[in-house]
Design a protein around this ligand. Sequence first.
Ligand SMILES: Nc1nc2c(ncn2[C@@H]2O[C@H](COP(=O)(O)OP(=O)(O)OP(=O)(O)O)[C@@H](O)[C@H]2O)c(=O)[nH]1
Ligand SMILES: [Mg+2]
Length: 374
Amino acid sequence: MNNERTYRPEWVPEEESKEFATTYVKKNDEPSVPSSGRKRFAKRKERSIAEYVEGVLNNDRTILAQAITLVESNAAKHMEMAQQILNKLLPHVGKSVRIGITGVPGAGKSTFIEAFGTFLCENGHRVAVLAVDPSSSITGGSILGDKTRMENLSRDPRAFIRPSPSGGTLGGVHRKTRETMLLCEAAGYDVILIETVGVGQSEFVVRNMVDFFMLLALTGAGDELQGMKKGIMELTDAVVINKADGDNKPKALAAKEEYNQFLHYLRPATPGWETKAYTCSALLGEGISEIWKVVEKFVETTKKSGVFEMRRRNQLKDWIYSMIKDYLETSFFSHPQVKENIPIIENNVISGTLSVTKAVQELLQIYENKKVSE
Ligand SMILES: Nc1nc2c(ncn2[C@@H]2O[C@H](COP(=O)(O)OP(=O)(O)OP(=O)(O)O)[C@@H](O)[C@H]2O)c(=O)[nH]1
Ligand SMILES: [Mg+2]
């Protein structure tokens, strides 16, 4: 039996029929074509590389979703296949505007993406929504949890929503999200929105894969401006104060002024672009079109100055090195002898019988010797 369609995205309401726009293919499932229904063909036929490439280029959503599943798989066989597909698609990538959106939980990121994405679709764009969510291995991904926030967008055939790849290191998530973004570009999505929760390192990771980075903020700028938010502000191309509606509107406007005064003294995240604060109401859809105008202006300015291309080139370089680092780190810490010796060496360091440098040398020696004799 073909049970492919039983995997419904969670954000589709219970009573909905099968007309939802996004196709959710269960993670790590063998990518496949529908089975013929005959028992002895229980192991379904795999698509060829050419079928994947053609399917993605034709924006066949099922094939796109399955190609993403390949990219997200940690199985060597799938990885190899995914790389071949990506290589064939490379001439068709890079033509989108890549936008990162961050903000504390509850800032309204999902509501904003619903409003912004819908606005873009209505204005002739095709929008892919991805997420980098460091907590997704526990929660299953914030987008998946958004049963209602992106209801319209998830049904819109011009939009494609994919939850954060779960599990693995941040470096692994980085690679998977970047490659997913490339697949979406090859499928013709011209605006890519990447949501991330304002926790830990994920802002830096997302900043490094997008053209335009936006911080969704709330009122009470004074409190936020203290402490860690400053670091994030230095990455942003726009601060958008959301929930500028009802009683909150005057406060939002005051916060905008405060942010603008503060931003004035910061080094801009993008050379030649002045980061400013704006207000909007994602809930009412107010100020959304103005924010798109800001993005358009940004793209125009940075393309003219060459900063746009330069950033993309630097991001590619950064990607090479971050992948190497990620590979080495995983390889080191998953090495059986290293794993075995770490607690012993750690103890020796803590009890004062071994210096840190010596400990590291010993572990590296174990790793490197083992590598040679393997
Ligand atoms: N009044 C008002 N409420 C809003 C607005 N945008 C979002 N909200 C509300 O704020 C709450 C949080 O919104 P979300 O869109 O889920 O926020 P989020 O940033 O995606 O949150 P996480 O996914 O938990 O990080 C919801 O109850 C929204 O209805 C807005 O513009 N105005
Ligand atoms: Mg959310």
